[in-house]
Design a protein around this ligand. Structure first.
Ligand code: BG6
Length: 458
């Protein structure tokens, strides 16, 4: 049996936009997803938008009971900025405060550790209209929002996060057109990335002033970059990929500074953001207490086969090509490689290169389409999900044995959730959601997870 350290956090993660829904009288404003769905619904799988969620806003009392039944001793969600501050003038939405207080009280009453993230891809539309994270004014607004969250909800929250996967809103919003505003503008992408890092550090600064007992971190999606071969050009390609994909947020968050090699590349392409010495100092002084790490897939790269087009908008792919490794194990529904060993490599990386900082897995999971075909006697028998978790946990356990300071494992996700452009295409939950009736049915993996948590291992 593989036993995990005492007081290990077991649980799941979701986000506000993906689980809450919108209801008459909730006074929530539009975020970029509500707006985008309104103008281009056909982009979303089966044209299901962000108002159709598991509606934890309505069902949190019974959903928290389900958390217990599926072995949660911890749970991560986010606060919706556009719910808490629905208008430009910064006036607080009392209905939202009441909702979050009731929701969080219930979680705490059940003895579940509460992890709260402040930003999960969901910019309020009134701020996006003014440039979102591209605009320096948003840093002040984010700092005020963070401060309000700490003040209103500080007594309930065990661990805070400033952002979930900040590289995603940079890449998807400003390079790859997967998120609104769907721009392809590398200069803006770099500015948004830098301003986001300043936001995170500025929130940590506010947090420290309040002297709360909780800790604060950031959630990063680490995709270790592996070279195709030991050829020196492949290795060089992987090093550059690692700079963009991982170190670009990991280094400022944990070490308080950017890697010189990354700055050199940004300068070479004339992409330096507008910044001040004060901002660099805020980043230097306000590093995280701990890390949340989301892991789904590795990044396999090779040396470029063709010369990059000098006139094309810059992308990190200027320096490397994606390597489609023959024989890799894949989740066909999502197209993501399954490579559990990378979790061990993350353990080693954090231990050796990031001061063995405290961390936990804040997302890991497998999204599967049309899961109802696995239903037997009314319950989805998702043995593939159990296998997925086991294979990753084995490598996590090995990393912990060797001294990495990992304190928990949270899966994506609790109840099947709405997922951005993919909407409900792939289901990730420990609990099935019936989209017609809102009924929740625990999957086989949910029962397995309960045993895992009760036994602190498997
Ligand atoms: C993570 C995000 O990267 O991946 C989640 O933090 C998201 O918000 C999850 O839902 C799964 O992504 P997808 O696109 O397969 O639904």
């Amino acid at each position: 049996m593989l036993k995990f350290p005492d007081k290990f956090f077991w649980g799941s993660a979701t986000s506000a936009t993906q689980s809450e829904g919108s209801f008459t009288g909730d006074n929530k404003a539009y975020n970029i997803w509500d707006y985008w769905f309104e103008i281009e619904p056909y982009k979303f799988h089966n044209e299901i938008g962000p108002s159709k969620t598991s509606s934890i806003y309505k069902y949190f009392e019974s959903d928290v009971e389900l958390m217990k039944k599926t072995g949660h001793n911890s749970f991560r969600t986010s606060i919706s900025w556009s719910r808490l501050f629905p208008t430009k003038d910064g006036k607080i939405n009392e209905t939202a405060v009441e909702f979050y207080k009731n929701y969080f009280t219930k979680i705490k009453k059940e003895g579940i550790a509460l992890f709260i993230n402040l930003y999960h891809f969901d910019m309020p539309m009134y701020l996006q209209e003014q440039g979102g994270f591209e605009n320096k004014e948003t840093i002040t607004r984010y700092k005020d929002y963070a401060k309000a969250c700490f003040e209103f909800f500080g007594e309930y929250v065990d661990r805070w996060f400033t952002f979930n996967e900040p590289i995603v809103h940079v890449e998807c919003g400003y390079l790859n057109t997967y998120h609104y505003p769907m721009e392809v503008d590398p200069k803006k992408a770099v500015q948004v990335a830098f301003n986001t890092a300043v936001c995170s550090a500025a929130a940590i600064k506010e947090f420290r002033k309040l002297k709360l007992k909780s800790k604060i971190g950031i959630i990063l999606n680490l995709t270790p970059a592996y070279p195709r071969s030991s050829n020196k050009e492949d290795i060089k390609a992987a090093k550059i990929a690692e700079l963009f994909a991982n170190k670009s947020f990991l280094d400022p968050a944990v070490i308080g500074a950017y890697p010189k090699e990354l700055i050199d590349i940004i300068k070479k392409h004339d992409l330096m953001p507008v910044y001040s010495e004060d901002e660099l100092e805020i980043i230097r002084q306000n590093t995280v207490d701990f890390l949340g790490i989301n892991y789904y897939q590795p990044l396999r790269v090779k040396a470029k086969e063709c010369m990059p087009n000098e006139n094309a908008p810059f992308s990190p792919l200027y320096y490397y090509d994606i390597y489609d490794m023959p024989g890799k194990k894949i989740n066909p529904y999502r197209g993501w490689e399954i490579y559990p060993q990378a979790i061990y490599d993350i353990c080693v990386n954090i231990r050796k290169n990031y001061n063995n900082i405290e961390w936990l897995i804040t997302e890991n999971g497998i999204g599967v389409e049309n899961e109802s075909k696995f239903r037997k006697d009314g319950k989805i028998e998702d043995d593939y999900r159990i296998e997925f978790m086991k294979s990753h946990l084995k490598y996590l356990h090995k990393g912990i044995q060797e001294g990495t300071n990992c304190i928990g494992y949270q899966v994506w996700t609790f109840i099947d959730c709405w997922s951005w452009l993919n909407s409900y295409k792939n289901r990730y939950g420990l609990v099935e959601l019936d989209l017609e009736t809102d009924e929740r049915i625990i999957k086989k993996s949910g029962y397995w997870f309960k045993n895992l948590s009760d036994n602190n291992g498997f």
